[in-house]
Ligand binder design. Structure first.
Ligand code: FAD
Length: 395
């Protein structure tokens, strides 16, 4: 097929799409348009090895720059998609350029939520890009007081890396326990205790309500709704992400993510979506949902490429995600919200256990802590368990 395939976005999903297209024999033009001025790179190390100073940007590139030239992938880096005109099969760029396409992949990822409370403060950080990681790394000097707002996975990983750098860390979480919405109170409390054991001051059930600033606008303290003030030198906001789909306004797509089928096909002809921006249909969960995790972005990028070429049925396998904290591997697969019971196997105090959520006696989700090799088998069990759930269940 000699179609011109344009990819809006240049992260993992975009790179996997290019790779799969060429492997599947696509000979036509491929153009990748990315707002960031660098070749696609891997984000998970940003909160881990890159923040720790163990890896630099070149080391986390998904492929070296020459890989794209060798495969005839045209890179438009540092240029952003600004509008989609699906009726004309055109992508408009922020700098006024216009690209015609035969097939388009939307893979613009997600953006961290900002807290208006901190607007304009130079010592407040978000963490999504390599630039963000470099700025934060620079600020995390030994003895500095870091205040992490939000104890999701990004907040927790930054807290863990910062502790290893000799930083004094306080972590504020609005829920009664970290990740309680996903894992429930008992396991959420286990994560709070993990960080406390490593010297993090974890406060749950608190929300940031006010901020003190110095004469340069830097945040020197954050006051919670219950009246406590936490002094700080650096703030990291880790309160989740929203899909980067604002540029699709008026196109008929986007707004809470781009809805698509299991293979990335959207409601618009020849337009596909993959990765953190996409809201694909998950056959096992029987619902559309965004994943915001690495494995799903990689699979969806590849599945969309196959669908663009008219091949493949799309991949229904369940994606899992992982987190690394204090040298410990944490993995999760499935949909815990479908479970009506949860069983623990192993030793929570030894940081070596599995939690398995069941519905009608069958596994529907699992959390593995310190058991990296158990994932493939657990994934199979959870997939089988979900296959056997009644049709009307949704996540
Ligand atoms: P992205 O990687 O976000 O790429 C999207 C790209 O599109 C970006 O370069 C962006 O600048 C660009 N873009 C945005 N808007 C436009 C536009 N209008 N025009 C052109 N380009 C645009 N997942 C895990 O499973 N395990 C982990 O341990 C883990 N750790 C993580 C740590 C960090 C710090 C972060 C930020 C993420 C982590 N993730 C992890 C999540 C994982 O990295 C993401 O799910 C994955 O990167 C999503 O890939 P993507 O291609 O959809 O989007």
């Amino acid at each position: 097929m000699s179609a011109h395939i344009v990819i809006a976005g240049g992260g993992l999903a975009a790179q996997r799409c290019c790779d799969t297209l060429r492997r599947a024999g696509h000979r036509g033009r491929i153009t990748l348009v990315c707002a960031e001025p660098v070749v696609p790179y891997d984000r998970p190390p940003l909160s881990k090895q890159v923040l720790a100073g163990e890896l630099d940007l070149a080391a986390v590139a998904l492929r070296p720059p020459g890989w794209y030239a060798d495969r005839g992938v045209e890179l438009l880096l540092g240029r952003a998609a600004a509008a989609l005109h699906a009726d004309r099969h055109q992508l408009e760029l922020r700098d006024g350029g216009v690209l015609g396409y035969d097939r388009l992949l939307i893979a613009t990822g997600a953006e961290p939520r900002r807290l208006p409370l901190f607007d304009g403060a130079p010592n407040v950080h978000l963490l999504r890009t390599a630039d963000d990681a470099a700025r934060l790394r620079e600020a995390l000097r030994p003895g500095v007081r870091l205040l992490v707002i939000g104890a999701g996975f990004i907040g927790q990983e930054v807290a863990a890396t910062a502790r290893a750098l000799g930083v004094r860390v306080t972590m504020l979480e609005a829920m009664a326990a970290p990740l309680a919405g996903l894992l429930g109170h008992e396991l959420g409390t286990w994560f709070a205790d993990l960080h406390r054991d490593e010297g993090v001051d974890v406060r749950c059930g608190v929300t940031a309500a006010g901020a003190r600033r110095d004469e340069r606008g830097r945040i020197t303290g954050v006051t919670t709704a219950d009246g406590h003030t936490f002094a700080c030198d650096v703030v990291l906001v880790g309160t989740g992400v929203t899909p980067a789909d604002g540029w699709l306004a008026g196109s008929g797509l986007g707004g809470g993510g781009v809805e698509c089928d299991h293979a990335g096909r959207t409601a618009l002809p020849d337009v596909f979506a993959a990765g953190d921006v996409a809201r694909p249909y998950d056959r096992l969960a029987r619902a559309h949902g965004r994943s915001e995790h690495w494995e799903a972005a990689a699979r969806q990028g590849a599945a969309a490429a196959r669908a663009m070429l008219g091949a493949g049925r799309g991949d229904a396998a369940l994606a899992s995600f992982w987190s690394d904290q204090y040298g410990l591997r944490v993995q999760y697969v499935g949909h815990a919200s479908l479970g009506d019971t949860v069983e623990l196997d192993g030793d929570l105090t030894e940081r070596d256990f599995a939690a398995v959520w069941r519905s009608r006696g069958r596994p529907v989700a699992a959390l593995l802590v310190g058991r990296p090799r158990a994932l493939p088998q657990m994934r199979r069990l959870v997939e089988e368990g979900l296959e056997h759930q009644p049709q009307e269940m949704t996540v």
